[in-house]
Write a protein that binds this ligand. Sequence first.
Ligand SMILES: NC(=O)c1ccc[n+]([C@@H]2O[C@H](COP(=O)([O-])OP(=O)(O)OC[C@H]3O[C@@H](n4cnc5c(N)ncnc54)[C@H](OP(=O)(O)O)[C@@H]3O)[C@@H](O)[C@H]2O)c1
Length: 261
Amino acid sequence: MSKHESPLALVTGASSGIGEATARAFARQGWRLALCARRKERLLSLRPALRELGSPHVLVHGLDVRDEAGVKAFAETVLAEQGCPDVLVNNAGLARGTERVDNAEGTAWREMVETNIFGLLYLSRAFLPAMEERKKGQIIMIGSVAGWSGYAGGSVYCATKAGVHKICEALRLETLGMGIRVSSIDPGMVDTEFSEVRFWGDKEKASQVYEDFEPLHAQDIADCVLFVATRPPHVNIDRLLVMPTAQADPWHVARSPKKQS
Ligand SMILES: NC(=O)c1ccc[n+]([C@@H]2O[C@H](COP(=O)([O-])OP(=O)(O)OC[C@H]3O[C@@H](n4cnc5c(N)ncnc54)[C@H](OP(=O)(O)O)[C@@H]3O)[C@@H](O)[C@H]2O)c1
């Protein structure tokens, strides 16, 4: 199979967690890949494994999705070297801190809004014209259960993920009749580096989030991305809310404390 015969998936935030698992899932199906994240060294070390799994071509790029000019340059490189992505997975994102509004300093608010909202808007804008021209294409956003229910200490993170739904709704209307599909996949708790980032690198605090119950694994969400990406062209999954069996909403988790010996 030549490198231009297999479909192309572009995955943002592929250096860890859901993004990395998604890259592996597409690689196993023989898709070409364009990957970005700020930690390019991680993408470079992941690349041989992705080739081994079956991806015929893997482009990696160090990118901060908040960098508007950087996103434009990345998109130009992808379009020139690999063509238009069949699927754009806007996965890069983060929660930072658990500040309540009344004592928030505000820096983290900006980081979340710029990453979780502006980032996916810049990426989507960069590839929509090529998708429109081809009359096909798919944009899959990684949202969150936080976009469905707010929780104390999560105001801005929840707002960004609720915003993802509104952006999807607008995009579905803006691209209606153009053969373009737009979806969001909204996980509950997934055991990734997410909580470590949220707690500014505090591994112990982060690990407590996933204690005494089985959270989702990154692979579970990658499976969903692949499912959504491989439906026939006339099928669009608008939204998929995916929870661990032991979690009912952002704060209600059925934990089973370890037995004391
Ligand atoms: N884990 C959960 O419980 C959970 C639940 C619901 C939704 N989500 C969503 O799932 C998505 C992936 O998170 P994850 O759980 O896989 O966490 P993760 O392991 O921390 O991965 C986050 C990815 O996003 C990238 N990223 C963050 N900021 C970026 C930026 N400014 N520019 C480019 N890349 C950036 C990171 O790469 P670099 O640091 O190398 O840039 C990393 O690859 C996020 O949108 C998150 O909101 C996660």
